[in-house]
Design a protein around this ligand. Structure first.
Ligand code: PFF
Length: 454
């Protein structure tokens, strides 16, 4: 691996590689775990519809803005925002806040990812004739001490190992291989679920909206999810944008990523809800939906343990690209600012994430279960602070920087790369970043603090 000081800045090798890596960051537990349980507890299709709108009105513009700023500066998130507006270094704060978000998200994300990896082995053992997954399997795992900590450590070592290999050799190769596997596995699960008797009620739940269920809180939950889903507001996509080749067109890349990511969520929903309804399950099962309901539902059908194992392999695959992108935000900064070698930076970042991760994991069990900060245990606190405070703040700032402060010629030059003339969407994106997106995101934030009730 070339030394950071001696190398030309690494980048994704092609437009396709950039697309795969960017999609690899977006797709994760958000699709397989959060999207289904939020859809289930927020009224089904009505939530799906508002989520699709949020992706289009908020997610897509911010994603394009992040990729644009990243490629314009070709720097890590802190330095990208510190230099993108001439004479205004303060915006580096977006990158700093992003690094804190990365640490906080990884703390609970690796806990959940650890459960997913544990389920691959538990379900696999059941498929091979061992004890099945029972009603207490999840609470025993999540509420334990050493077992979840060990899985979390394993997951972090895996993600840090991939990141140590660098941008094109590590991130790009891993995601290019993993994404197709993910799609194939999802479609297998979909076919199994959709061919169950009574499956159609699940399809109905997912796609036939009851407009009466669209409330202010459903709308805001959907907006929040679109943020977390597309890895926005914290410099992840800015960092990935900095590795984008000049041949890649920003807006179509962003649109394809948003579309493909949404498709993965819908495919996950199509694997889960038809089966939930076919077996009389509970769609509003909350965050436990994935871990409690899926094994139960699949256990009731022929070949159940095999499909349960497949499903969790799928979820595990999906977590990897997302975790790698979360690690990359601090790692890119340490390599470029601290002139650190990638493997060292990866170890250091992984270690810091584990330190916080231990708090999140132990707060699910007896050891730290009673410790509350601002009324929340560490797991919920990290989730709340990142998703409800830092990401929306970052999103507003990014929209303002790209829409109002960035020199117009820079904005237009980046959007125009890969085109002969100025593309039609330049003015549309600009209008969204200036007006629509910041206003909508502000609404999420104010709602998070209970200042505004829509
Ligand atoms: N987008 C990921 C998911 O939906 O699982 C989560 C995530 C990854 C959030 C990277 C933020 C981030 F920077």
């Amino acid at each position: 691996m070339p030394k950071p000081s001696a190398m030309k800045r690494d980048h994704f090798s092609s437009g396709l590689g950039a697309f795969a890596a960017t999609l690899g960051s977006a797709v994760g537990l958000g699709n397989i775990w959060k999207f289904p349980y939020l859809t289930g507890s927020n009224g089904g299709a009505a939530f799906v519809l508002t989520y699709l709108l949020s992706v289009a009105l908020v997610g897509l513009p911010v994603l394009a803005a992040e990729l644009l700023i990243g490629r314009r500066t070709r720097l890590n998130a802190v330095h990208a925002y510190g230099t993108v507006v001439k004479g205004q270094k303060t915006w580096a704060l977006i990158g700093w806040a992003g690094m804190i978000s990365a640490l906080l998200i990884m703390a609970f994300y690796t806990d959940v990812a650890g459960w997913v990896f544990a389920y691959v082995f538990k379900a696999g053992a059941a498929a091979l004739g061992g004890p099945g997954l029972g009603p207490d399997t999840f609470s025993a795992l999540a509420g334990g001490t050493w077992e979840p900590l060990a899985w979390q450590a394993g997951v972090l070592v895996l993600a840090s190992g991939i990141i140590a290999f660098g941008v094109s050799r590590g991130i790009e190769r891993a995601t290019k291989t993993l994404m197709p596997i993910l799609l194939v596995l999802l479609v297998v699960c979909d076919i199994r679920a959709l061919t169950l008797p009574g499956a159609f009620a699940g399809v109905d739940f997912l796609f036939r909206p009851d407009f009466g269920k669209i409330s202010a809180s459903v709308l805001l939950a959907a907006l929040g999810l679109s943020f977390f889903k597309l890895s926005l507001g914290m410099g992840t996509m800015t960092t990935y944008g900095s590795y984008l080749p000049d041949t890649a067109r920003i807006a179509p890349t962003a649109a394809r990523v948003a579309l493909a990511d949404t498709l993965v969520s819908l495919l996950a929903g199509l694997a889960i809800f038809p089966a939930v309804f076919a077996f009389g399950g509970q769609p509003a099962g909350g965050p436990g939906l994935l871990f409690n309901t899926i094994p139960l539902i699949f256990s009731k059908m022929a070949g159940g343990p095999v499909f349960t194992t497949l499903f969790f392999i799928l979820a595990a695959v999906a977590t990897i690209g997302a975790m790698v992108s979360l690690l990359e935000v601090p790692v890119a900064w340490l390599v470029e600012k601290g002139k650190m070698r990638r493997p060292v930076a990866a170890c250091l970042t992984g270690g810091a994430m584990y330190a916080l991760g231990i708090l999140a994991t132990l707060s699910q069990g007896r050891v730290l279960g009673d410790v509350k900060v601002l009324g929340k245990n560490f797991f919920d606190l990290f989730d709340f602070a990142s998703s409800n405070v830092l990401l929306p703040l970052g999103g507003i700032a990014i929209a303002l920087v790209a829409g109002w402060l960035l020199a117009r010629k820079d904005f237009e030059a980046e959007l125009g790369k890969g085109y002969g003339k100025r593309p039609w969407h330049t003015a549309v994106l600009s209008a969204f970043l200036r007006f629509v997106t910041p206003v909508l995101v502000l609404a999420i934030l104010l709602n998070g603090f209970g200042v505004l009730r829509l």
